[in-house]
Ligand binder design. Sequence first.
Ligand SMILES: CC(C)=CCC/C(C)=C/CC/C(C)=C/CC/C(C)=C/[C@@H]1[C@@H](COP(=O)(O)OP(=O)(O)O)[C@]1(C)CC/C=C(\C)CC/C=C(\C)CCC=C(C)C
Ligand SMILES: [Mn+2]
Length: 380
Amino acid sequence: MSLPFSTAAKPSITLSNGRLHNPKFTVPRAELTMVPRQRGARILPELSNHGVSLADLHVQEVVERQSQNVNVTNEYPYKKAQFSPSFLKDAYESCRNICAEYAKTFYLGTLLMTEERQRAIWAIYVWCRRTDELVDGPNADYMSSSVLDRWEKRLQDTFNGRPYDMLDAALSDTVSKFPLDIKPFRDMIEGMRMDTRKCRYETFQELYLYCYYVAGTVGLMSVPIMGIAPESLVSPQTIYNAALYLGIGNQLTNILRDVGEDASRGRVYLPQDELSHFGLCDKDVFSFKVNDRWREFMKQQITRARFYFNLAEEGASQLDKDSRWPVWSSLILYREILNAIEENDYDNLKKRAYVGRAKRLLMLPLAYTKSLSTQGFSLQ
Ligand SMILES: CC(C)=CCC/C(C)=C/CC/C(C)=C/CC/C(C)=C/[C@@H]1[C@@H](COP(=O)(O)OP(=O)(O)O)[C@]1(C)CC/C=C(\C)CC/C=C(\C)CCC=C(C)C
Ligand SMILES: [Mn+2]
């Protein structure tokens, strides 16, 4: 059984420049998508045209604004912040500690990067984590649209060299050193807004847009820091797409791992039309019971998440060589969560798929081996 592909009309969306985009206008696909050659594409041919024009528009705008500046560190539109070296050292040290505490495997992977890049990634990680905590953290009860509006104003100030606290100061400094654009940061906040307004997704297109906002954006923020290998012959657009797909794959995996946990909060991040295609509905999710229909549905969802990881793989090898290890670690680790769901016989309603510490540590040398590959440098 294959997934239905919906072409339902989509709402308009305002981009950061204030222009209203008509989503019926779709960016020519050839410019945006890498040619899918993977297993997933064969199983689900309709996914090779995943019809995600709203997210595409965001990505294209980020790529246009940011990609010309990749690897350029001296010309930048945001104001430079002036901090003493010792203050900055402490600020980045705080970011490092948070990252090491919350994302251990990934943190280890960053240790091979140049010092400046490590610090930048930790600062971005902390900003993302804090943004997520606004809606998911212990103070989530105080969440409101004005909280997110204030967070966005604060982001703007941070980009303009006026941070509100030490952790923001690390980001201000990062922004002055790397050609980052504010748009993916704003878009992540938009994803949090979406999460507070919405707890059901009718189609995969809707879900994909959410995944772009909360996770694809992380990929787009990371590329200017990680850098593209000087010997890469692939276009920046292709590499940004791969980064986006890694974020999408990660978030789809997150969603599949957390179905039960999210359901207990009344949330279902699964396309409703696909549930019904498999003879399922919300009631089945809230029953927390796994049956064969659920297993079949999950198989398809897992295949789709793998499809995005496969697309991301090609771009990972195009990054600067010192930056590839954490990317491969993240890719392999998240993909392993999908295997863990299978090992739980698709019970993600009562069980949380988990990759044990020993397995996680074993992945680091595997990721390292992958990161040595220069595959594709002479192909395109
Ligand atoms: C060319 C190429 C392949 C480049 C690589 C690009 C790249 C580095 C992509 C990274 C993608 C990535 C790690 C995305 C994170 C996706 C994610 C898990 C998002 C989560 C959102 C909300 O989900 P939810 O609330 O459902 O989940 P929890 O239960 O709360 O976990 C997030 C939590 C949003 C916040 C994201 C972060 C805290 C992660 C930020 C990570 C970085 C800045 C580092 C990225 C760098 C590497 C090397 C992985
Ligand atoms: Mn969260």
